[in-house]
Design a protein around this ligand. Structure first.
Ligand code: FNR
Length: 383
């Protein structure tokens, strides 16, 4: 096993270990992947100010996200099909997050169900909701999240219609996968992954199969999911969901200052500046570039979080110093999970923590709350 010191190391191991269609599903953006690429490259355009001769003893990266204590301002983002990257992947990721002291968000499109994850963890996790046309399913899944003790509902707003990803279309990705000859050949070479998968019964969307009317097997699942993302989602519906949930509400997928004001109006507890990791509108602005205008628009009246493009603790530092109260990682933890299961997610979190801690110190700060624009050099063309 090579020595692992960066998130990129984990990505390389993950790529070797997991079937190509699931690697591609993670490591892709929509259409030309411009937004996907700029999410990471734009972080590189922000420079940090080095400070010296500042006492660095007794530092801490601990802070709060929506009132919850966290070891560092990083949550695990909702990622569909996580249980296909590693058997029972959602449970492994949730356990790693819980032990590290950061929030885990379970996707609607997860393989392990809400109840499964709740049964294998001690602390409350967050649940991400996609708005589906089936009202009965919607009410039911909100109730299930409440019963499982989820401490926040993360409502995703940027996926009323699925962005097109060429790699997935070419690979014939579906759940369960369509077994074409190239897919079969690739699966046959991934022994470690295959044996793990044979050892679990959880291989379908656990939140949906057996819970949505008429969805009892793979083919009914495919038809149902294809029809269910609700293109009629509007702010009125967001309000209704807020009433139905009646707990902490995080609105995810905000990229525009006007939308941020609407989210404020609805009374969200936090918003997530995000372009879905470059998987929806290709050509959209990177999340970090959109952050300043959104912070200005909401003027501190709602917590602002950010995801899309975070691959290092320095990226976390930059987002937080710009004014985000927290960040989320998607691919960074999936690389770890696919590479080494629960231990890999823990490694990803440790890498980010180390980089955040050391960079914060070299910028002359000891606490997350003390961070601000003074440590940043931001290009003028950032919004
Ligand atoms: C996602 N994302 C996502 N978001 C969501 O609200 N529900 C979901 O089910 C999924 N599924 C999903 C699958 C995969 C493979 C990826 C990579 C992403 C988006 C995710 O929550 C987050 O916004 C991005 O992953 C953030 O970008 P980075 O950290 O991956 O660059």
């Amino acid at each position: 096993m090579p020595v692992i010191t960066t998130i990129e190391d984990l990505r390389r191991i993950y790529r070797r270990r997991v079937p190509r269609m699931f690697y591609d599903y993670c490591e892709s953006g929509s259409w030309t992947e411009q937004t996907f690429r700029e999410n990471t490259s734009d972080f590189g355009q922000i420079r940090l100010r080095q400070r010296v001769a500042v006492d660095m003893e007794g530092r801490s990266t601990a802070t709060r996200m929506i009132g919850q204590e966290v070891t560092m301002p990083v949550a695990l983002a909702p990622v569909g099909l996580t249980g296909m990257q590693s058997a029972d992947g959602e449970i492994k990721a949730a356990r790693a997050a819980e032990k590290f002291g950061v929030p885990f968000t379970l996707s609607t499109m997860s393989i392990c169900s809400i109840e499964d994850v709740a049964a294998h963890t001690q602390k409350p996790f967050w649940f991400q909701l996609y708005v589906m046309r089936d009202q009965e399913f919607l009410e039911n899944i909100i109730e299930r999240a409440r019963r499982a003790g989820c401490s926040a509902l993360v409502l995703t707003l940027d996926l009323q219609i699925l962005g097109q990803r060429h790699k997935d279309l070419k690979n014939g990705l579906s759940a369960p996968p369509k077994l074409t000859l190239p897919t079969l050949l690739n699966l046959a070479t991934k022994w470690g992954w295959g044996l793990e998968m044979l050892g679990t019964k959880r291989r379908q969307f656990g939140n949906i199969v057996g819970h949505a009317r008429g969805v009892t097997n793979a083919s009914s699942l495919i038809t149902w999911t294809a029809e269910q993302f609700d293109p009629r989602l509007d702010w009125e519906k967001v309000r209704r969901i807020k009433e139905m949930w009646d707990g902490k509400l995080i609105l995810k997928g905000i990229l525009d200052a006007d939308d941020a004001k609407m989210a404020l109006d609805v009374g969200a507890d936090a918003i997530v500046v995000s372009n879905h990791g470059g998987r929806q509108l290709d050509g959209a602005v990177s999340a970090i570039r959109a952050l300043p205008s959104i912070l200005r628009a909401v003027g501190g009246q709602v917590e602002v979080h950010l995801d899309s493009g975070i691959r290092s603790g320095q990226d976390v530092l930059k987002a937080v110093a710009m004014g985000a109260q927290g960040t989320y990682i998607g691919r960074a933890f999936i690389y770890g999970l696919g590479a080494m299961g629960e231990a890999g997610v823990r490694t990803a979190l440790e890498i980010l923590h180390k980089e955040l801690d050391v960079s914060m110190a070299l910028c002359g700060h000891k606490t997350i709350e003390g961070l601000g624009h003074d440590i940043l050099m931001i290009p003028e063309d950032f919004e």
